[in-house]
Design a protein around this ligand. Structure first.
Ligand SMILES: CC(C)(COP(=O)(O)OP(=O)(O)OC[C@H]1O[C@@H](n2cnc3c(N)ncnc32)[C@H](O)[C@@H]1OP(=O)(O)O)[C@@H](O)C(=O)NCCC(=O)NCCS
Length: 293
């Protein structure tokens, strides 16, 4: 069993043991997962009772407003804030939102102000992870959105690890085996997304997206490796299974991204990232590309 106890005893992760912080799932009743955690049952990170909210209930709009307030503040600077109708049509109805929420009355005033907290709502979301099932025959999901309060709080108020743990919670909760997603190459989220299991690059240059420097990825979830995000050690067995493919990707150079994309389109892959390297390198540093041995 992979217990969270020892990991969450670290003072930076103490918030995971705070009774005023709980995981939430904002999901319509028909989409509720029947046996949360069944697939990743060796992981014991989430013993907390889950707060459920039903987006089809009119009175839950206040909770939805707080999710969207956080999302708009987190993504506003990159010009990718989600329109409200996209949240409803493309996220809430087909999938669900998961994350952590704090008891509003227990939040410091400056955090309440940053979150635009509504004193009449018992729980205020601190993070959100949206995941949607896809048409894939393999039961693949798509990670549509991830953001955390850390991106809008000063360091002293941050909930260290909440972005990583929120996605971990969603993957664990919904028994996700495989999941694709998309992000921009220099986003801090690359550090997170590459640390949930084998991380395959599906597109390196994506002009059909609003931002061509978007990476589309597939990850095969390995919950037993998740603590590596915090220990920053080599992923167990990574170098036994993968070898350098003989080239790097320069994340801030279109020519490099396009050359990588051409290799993918010529079926030279599959290609993968080393989670430790993505975790530790500067956001604009080149990354070594790997292939299966
Ligand atoms: C990207 C995001 C989800 C990360 O969540 P988070 O809660 O800040 O990150 P966590 O606390 O889980 O992870 C902590 C690690 O990530 C690193 N990190 C987080 N933001 C970073 C940044 N802007 N630059 C560099 N590293 C960053 C931290 O330094 C820390 O690493 P360390 O242990 O080496 O110090 C969050 O910053 C965010 O909401 N950003 C705005 C929205 C966004 O871009 N989302 C991603 C779209 S896919």
């Amino acid at each position: 069993m992979i217990k969270g106890e020892e990991l969450f005893a670290d003072s930076k992760l103490e918030w995971m043991r705070d009774e005023n912080v709980r995981p939430y799932v904002f999901v319509r009743p028909e989409n509720r997962i029947l046996e949360p955690g069944r697939l990743h049952r060796r992981l014991d990170w989430f013993p907390h009772p889950v707060i459920y909210k039903n987006p089809l209930e009119m009175d839950q709009v206040a909770f939805a407003d707080r999710i969207l307030h956080l999302e708009t503040k987190a993504f506003g600077p990159s010009g990718m804030a989600m329109p409200r109708w996209v949240f409803y049509d493309c996220a809430v109805v087909p999938g669900f939102v998961a994350g952590f929420a704090a008891r509003t009355s227990a939040l410091p005033d400056d955090v309440k102000a940053a979150l635009g907290a509504d004193g009449s709502v018992e729980w205020t979301p601190l993070s959100l992870f949206i995941i949607i099932p896809t048409m894939s025959r393999d039961g693949e999901w798509v990670a549509h959105n991830l953001c955390s309060v850390n991106s809008i709080l000063p360091k002293v108020r941050q909930y260290y690890g909440i972005g990583f743990i929120s996605k971990a919670f969603g993957l664990w909760y919904a028994n996700v085996r495989a999941c694709c997603g998309m992000t921009q190459w220099t986003s801090p989220s690359v550090k997170l997304h590459s640390n949930y299991g084998d991380f395959e690059v599906l597109t390196a240059y994506t002009p059909v997206h609003s931002y061509a420097r978007t990476v589309t990825y597939r990850l095969i979830v390995d919950a037993e490796s998740w603590q590596g995000f915090f220990t920053k050690q080599d992923r167990k067995g990574f170098h036994d299974r993968y070898a350098p493919a003989g080239f790097d990707v320069n994340r801030v150079d279109d020519d490099s991204l396009i050359a990588f994309q051409r290799r993918l389109e010529a079926d030279e892959g599959p290609f993968f990232l080393d989670p430790k390297e993505a975790r530790l390198k500067a956001l604009d540093a080149p990354l070594k590309i790997y292939r299966l041995k």
